[in-house]
Design a protein. Structure first.
Length: 197
């Protein structure tokens, strides 16, 4: 019996603090929660508290997915309200870019209800990383790395859909791959010109 209780204890501890890594993004989780109701923006009832970090310098894209709140809320990037991100002006699928260094990502939310929540606080209980049950995708058709919801405290529903974003990493064509492709094209063209002469 003691072995079963010990195993159960280790299982509970391992579900409390885990890390999820996708590309250069790492989410340190602090327990799974059930919403009071369903997140009506992305049709989910569960999420996790956590803190998002990057393993190297990168650019992140925050895409506004919707909201259901009486308050006017905004996205914070590096401690400042992202231009055009307020819920009364942002349109669904509008994106905001953040160049970030390796470490904890400085983003959050604020609203006219007086509540501000940031990813730099551990754990932030008004930001929820939401399960992507419907595989919500970005404009390129790729599922978002993470979905994040804000609970502005304007009502007691605690379903984290007062401002919802999808986060993805912006990927660029690697310079070495582009250089090899360009170089091989030049060599092929030079060989073709030489044969023609």
């Amino acid at each position: 019996m003691n072995k079963i209780l010990l195993a159960l204890g280790f299982t509970l501890i391992s579900t409390y603090a885990q890390a999820i890594t996708l590309g250069n993004l790492q989410l340190n989780t602090f327990g799974t929660t059930m919403f009071n109701g369903t997140n009506n923006v992305i049709n989910s009832t569960t999420g996790t508290f956590g803190q998002l970090s990057t393993t190297q310098n990168t650019t992140l894209k925050f895409t506004f997915l919707g909201k259901e709140a009486g308050n006017i809320n905004s996205l914070l990037l590096n401690g400042l309200v992202a231009a055009g991100s307020t819920t009364n002006s942002a349109t669904v699928n509008e994106s905001f870019l953040l160049n970030t260094t390796a470490g904890v990502v400085d983003f959050g939310f604020t609203g006219n209800g007086g509540l501000t929540a940031t990813n730099t606080i551990t754990p932030e209980l008004n930001i929820e990383f939401i399960e992507n049950v419907d595989l919500v995708k970005d404009a390129e058709g790729n599922p978002f790395a993470f979905l994040v919801g804000f609970n502005d405290g304007g009502s007691e529903d605690a379903d984290f859909y007062d401002y919802v974003v999808g986060i993805s990493e912006v990927s660029a064509v690697p310079v070495p791959a582009a250089a090899w492709l360009y170089g091989s094209a030049l060599i092929g063209f030079a060989g073709f010109v030489r044969r023609s002469v």
